[in-house]
Design a protein around this ligand. Structure first.
Ligand code: ATR
Length: 277
């Protein structure tokens, strides 16, 4: 008989994380014995926590703010994507070896395909923002063979640095805000990764919606509110819209699948998160 799986999420703060209820529902739905804990870990406790993970035989941890970068130094190996993104959100304990992975970007892409029926191959994608959230999703989008990924950011140097760092992965270009209209006029998919429009500043909109000409899908990583002003305007313009909740659900789905080897019950996971918003 297998021991119950020990799982959890580490962060600071952690009280508001929806990961514990989401993974508890997933374990229940799949009939897997396990416990997923919310672990409040301050930066100076991180190394000890990883030692505890080894000693107590945790099968896996999710990692959230502010530990995604710092945790990497304590792990035994990193997947290629985690290493290049420079952040780990999922640790898998493979027979005592702690492997750091990043499921944020691939979770986002799976959500985009499943929930918005997005076609990415050969498409022109515009990404607003060049911060930590953008890194994960741009890396995953680049693997889908898009025609081009155009980055627009308030601080253009950040977008330029990202485009230069990853020019081996795909055709990634950074444009200054003076060329926003040009970037948007033939975009198939526009993705907001900035915090503009997030609760409590829900009035914010990260781009002039009138600049969208024939864009098929507008996606926003924000999920509080579930539908940002950007998405409301895009919907009125006839675009298909995709909110950020799916990224959260599918990053968890991938983590669950790595830990258990069982397909994640995505609908049950989404339902329990929505019911607890
Ligand atoms: P995250 O991990 O959420 O991406 P981050 O690394 O701080 O957080 O990045 C935030 C992103 O939102 C950046 O692209 C930031 O633009 P800058 O690089 O110019 O800072 C963008 N952002 C935040 N507030 C913004 C605002 N008011 N207008 C435009 N962009 C904004």
């Amino acid at each position: 008989m297998n021991q119950p799986l020990k799982l959890g999420v580490i962060g600071d703060p952690i009280a508001h994380s929806k990961s514990p209820i989401m993974h508890a529902a997933a374990l229940r739905e799949r009939g897997i014995a396990g416990d997923y804990a919310a672990l409040h870990v301050k930066p100076d406790q991180l190394e000890d926590m990883i030692r505890t993970m080894r000693e107590e035989g945790y099968r896996g941890l999710n990692v959230t703010i502010p530990h995604k970068e710092h945790v990497m130094q304590y792990l035994d190996d990193l997947t290629e994507d985690a290493r290049r993104i420079g952040a780990v959100n999922t640790i898998v304990n493979e027979a005592g070896r702690l492997i750091g992975r990043n499921t944020d970007g691939i979770g986002y892409v799976r959500s985009l395909k499943e929930e918005a029926a997005a076609e990415l191959t050969g498409r022109r994608i515009v990404v607003l923002g060049a911060g930590g959230a953008a890194r994960g999703i741009i890396y995953a989008l680049a693997a889908e063979n898009p025609d081009r990924i155009t980055l627009l950011n308030r601080t253009p140097e950040r977008a330029e640095a990202l485009a230069a760092e990853w020019n081996d992965l795909a055709d990634i270009v950074a444009l200054p805000s003076s060329r926003t209209a040009e970037a948007l006029q033939d975009a198939d998919l526009v993705i907001n990764t900035t915090s503009v429009g997030m609760h409590p500043h829900t009035e914010g909109v990260p781009l002039d919606i009138e600049l969208l000409k024939g864009t098929e899908i507008v996606s926003d990583l924000i999920y509080n509110p579930l539908e940002t002003r950007l998405l409301q305007f895009a919907r009125q313009k006839g675009c298909r819209v995709h909110g950020g909740l799916g990224m959260f659900v599918y990053q968890g789905a991938y983590a669950f699948e790595y830990w258990t080897g069982v397909s994640a019950p995505v609908d049950a996971m989404r339902s329990v998160v929505l019911a607890n918003m």
